[in-house]
Design a protein around this ligand. Structure first.
Ligand code: CA
Length: 259
């Protein structure tokens, strides 16, 4: 399998490069504030453009949806670190979006933008699960400060360890065990396993996995993800009765306790 060999060579050269810098283990790609992915749902073209431009210039990855239903779909099914949400939107308003996200168990942080400045609206937004509130018109510096403060809060509340069935992941030292036995994983395998574990129960497509683990768009004829999942399973699942990594036909993979 030439593809997997070249990936392995690349992995080893990464480790070597990091070892040379005195860092024997490439750090997993954790969310840093500046690498955050932000979704803006805003129907006023001018405001959306202005926000996208400013946030992109500050290093954020930004997507814009101008209509409520499409915004809700993106917030539910794609991966973002923050949602900047207008309230008055065509097809589905911001309140409905927040409550649908929270009902679905999605804890994506939400910064609400609205022209309405009434106490009732603020209370409603915060009760529904918004994280912060900004009244239009606002200065960009004010928005940026709120965005950074929300992202800092989320980043510091990321877990240091995950436990799923008898598997434990130490996300600080990049170590994994099952039934208290050390799993001998390569850095990429650990990254792949921690991605699946962080998003336990959520089927992840090969595209998302390739993007998150290898930082690359997936070439349709490469099977790098499948090859790595197979290798990961041989270490994480094959020796144990309870399988944790499951194939989702037509989609990709999910990590969960139930078959
Ligand atoms: Ca609006």
């Amino acid at each position: 399998m030439p593809g997997s060999d070249s990936v392995r060579v690349h992995e080893h050269s990464l480790i070597a490069a990091n070892a040379a810098k005195g860092d024997a283990w490439p750090l997993p790609k954790a969310m840093t504030i500046e690498s955050a992915r932000i979704l803006i749902v805003e129907d006023e073209k001018k405001t959306a453009r202005y926000l996208r431009k400013g946030l992109t210039e500050h290093g954020f990855t930004v997507d814009v949806q101008s209509e409520g239903e499409a915004g809700l779909r993106a917030a539910l099914f794609e991966h973002y670190d923050l949602l900047i949400l207008d309230i008055m939107l065509p097809r589905c308003d911001g309140w409905t979006i927040i409550s649908t996200l929270r009902d679905a168990g999605k804890d994506l942080p939400v910064l609400v933008l609205t022209a309405r400045d009434s106490i009732q609206d603020r209370v409603k937004g915060l009760e529904l699960g918004a994280d912060d509130y900004l009244i239009k018109p606002f200065a960009f510096s004010e928005l940026l400060a709120r965005v950074r403060s929300i992202l800092r809060r989320t980043a510091s509340s990321q877990p240091e360890a995950l436990r799923i069935a008898d598997m434990e992941l130490d996300l600080v030292h990049n170590r994994a065990t099952r039934a208290r036995k050390h799993l001998d994983l390569t850095p990429k395998e650990f990254l792949l396993l921690s991605l699946l574990a962080r998003r336990k129960g959520e089927p992840l497509s090969r595209d998302v996995i390739a993007q998150e683990v290898w930082d690359m768009a997936l070439d349709s004829d490469t099977n790098v993800v499948d090859v790595h999942v197979r290798r990961l399973r041989s270490k994480v699942d094959d020796p144990f009765a309870q399988k944790l990594i499951h194939t989702v036909r037509g989609v990709g993979y999910v990590l969960k306790e139930q078959p």
